[in-house]
Write a protein that binds this ligand. Structure first.
Ligand code: HAM
Length: 421
């Protein structure tokens, strides 16, 4: 019989690893709350047309990475490969603009892309991200970048770098891509096959090619988009930079940062992990002023980013940021037999109601085995319950910090635990 296993490119997040996720999620909640962003949750699957129209037919995501299937009604559905288009769809469907002119939203959830799995690249992965819908001002771009940056700072990450660019508004980009095609025509035959294909449909993606020959051609021949911005685009970009400077957020201007999704206009940015391997993009985003209109919504400007959770965990592990995070518990109760459980379980229950974490052994093992496990589980206190303890309603509370032992009536337990909580 076929062995039942998880699908390639997906991972179980096991109880032994969950503390890392929870640590990050706690910081996310804190930073999103500090910036006054509200959470939004959308379904895991959507109509395929949403992504084809939103993300762009010629993007890698839509052309080769989507998990698409027909349901029993014959409708084409897709497991969401990103969350900007679903959030825009929800904004349009629920007429968000009727409540307020600007919405600041955040999300966290699983996404699906059929990519070749490798370190930092899965087929099911998780992103947190934000979308600010309703402001065309550069201040919104700067706020979103500041938020993305604050999360890494708050988590204590050191090895990362912010790259920013502007790819201009639609007209600017049209002029620039024409110029790029003209300039690179002479090098066309020297490009790799993928770049040759992209030359006519999405020439900006030539900047993302990892082939050293293509990278050299771009370096030597491609004009910088920043020299071809319209006056308004250039002013917008200058203002974003001024605000980042004022907030003391360090960045590098990178005119080759074009991003792989089609909806961007003007500001684009990425945060790269400087100690990560090939998959070094921790976070990516930018402004997308046309997407809502293209999805038949109101002509509403927007800006946002999304960041990979798994890559963040890799980056934090590399910096030893999870080292002393073992959660442990306030008390490990070791009942010596099933009669002792009659006493241990209600006692544990009342302590939990008082706010303590209490682990009760349920296997009826030897005291030695239970205490060894308590140690392994990083219990801060242990107490054995046997016949004497039941009769006298007193127990010996052992502190694992200093090995001190105190004999206490059950009622005094909560007060004793608090001292070393
Ligand atoms: P993206 O650049 O496709 O942008 O993805 C953002 C981040 O998700 C990446 O920087 C990376 O950390 C993570 N990521 C992407 N693919 C994978 C994968 N296969 N495995 C692990 N992590 C991955 C977007 O998705 C846009 N929706 C961002 C955005 C929001 N733009 C505006 N608003």
């Amino acid at each position: 019989m076929q062995e039942l296993k998880n699908i390639k490119g997906t991972h179980d997040i096991l109880p032994t690893g969950i503390a890392k996720w929870q640590k990050i999620e706690k910081v996310l909640q804190k930073v999103f709350t500090a910036f006054c962003y509200k959470e939004i949750r959308t379904p895991v699957f959507e109509n395929t047309a949403l992504f084809a129209r939103g993300v762009g037919e010629f993007s890698d995501i839509v052309s080769k990475e989507m998990y698409t299937f027909n349901d029993k009604g014959g409708e084409s559905l897709t497991l969401r490969p990103e969350l900007t288009a679903p959030v825009a769809r929800s904004y349009i469907q629920h007429h968000f603009w009727q409540d307020a002119p600007v919405h600041k939203l955040w999300y966290l959830g699983p996404l699906f892309r059929q990519e070749r799995p490798q370190a930092g690249r899965q087929r099911q992965f998780h992103q947190y991200g934000v979308e600010v819908i309703g402001s065309s001002l550069p201040e919104a771009d700067a706020e979103v970048i500041a938020l993305a940056y604050s999360i890494y700072r708050e988590l204590g990450l050191k090895n990362f770098a912010l790259h920013i660019n502007s790819i201009g508004s639609t007209d600017t980009r049209k002029n620039y891509t024409d110029l790029l095609q003209k300039t690179l025509e002479a090098q066309r035959q020297d490009l790799c096959d993928t770049c040759k294909q992209r030359f006519d449909v999405n020439i900006l993606r030539l900047f993302d090619c990892k082939n050293p020959g293509c990278a050299q051609i771009m370096k030597n021949h491609a004009p910088s988009i920043l020299d071809h911005l319209s006056r308004e685009d250039a002013e917008h970009f200058t203002r974003v930079r001024e605000l980042l400077d004022a907030m003391m957020i360090p960045y590098e201007v990178n005119p080759a940062l074009v991003r792989g999704l089609d909806y961007y206009t003007r500001t684009t940015f990425e945060i790269k992990g400087t100690a990560l391997g090939a998959q070094d993009a921790l976070c990516g985003g930018g402004r997308y002023d046309n997407l809502l209109r293209e999805l038949d919504g109101p002509d509403t400007p927007a800006v946002g980013f999304a960041a990979g959770m798994e890559r963040l965990i890799l980056a934090m592990e590399a910096e030893g940021l999870f080292a002393e995070d073992e959660e442990g518990m306030d008390l490990y109760l070791a009942p010596m037999d099933s009669r002792a459980l009659d006493t241990a379980m209600p006692l544990a229950q009342s302590l939990r109601e008082a706010g303590y974490s209490v682990y009760v052994d349920l296997l009826g093992r030897s005291v030695k085995a239970m205490l060894r496990e308590a140690n392994r589980k990083k219990a801060r206190h242990t107490a054995v319950i046997g016949e004497d303890e039941i009769k006298n309603r007193r127990l010996q509370l052992k502190s694992m910090f200093n090995n001190s032992v105190s004999t206490l009536p059950f009622e005094a337990l909560a007060d004793a635990l608090i001292n070393e909580k």
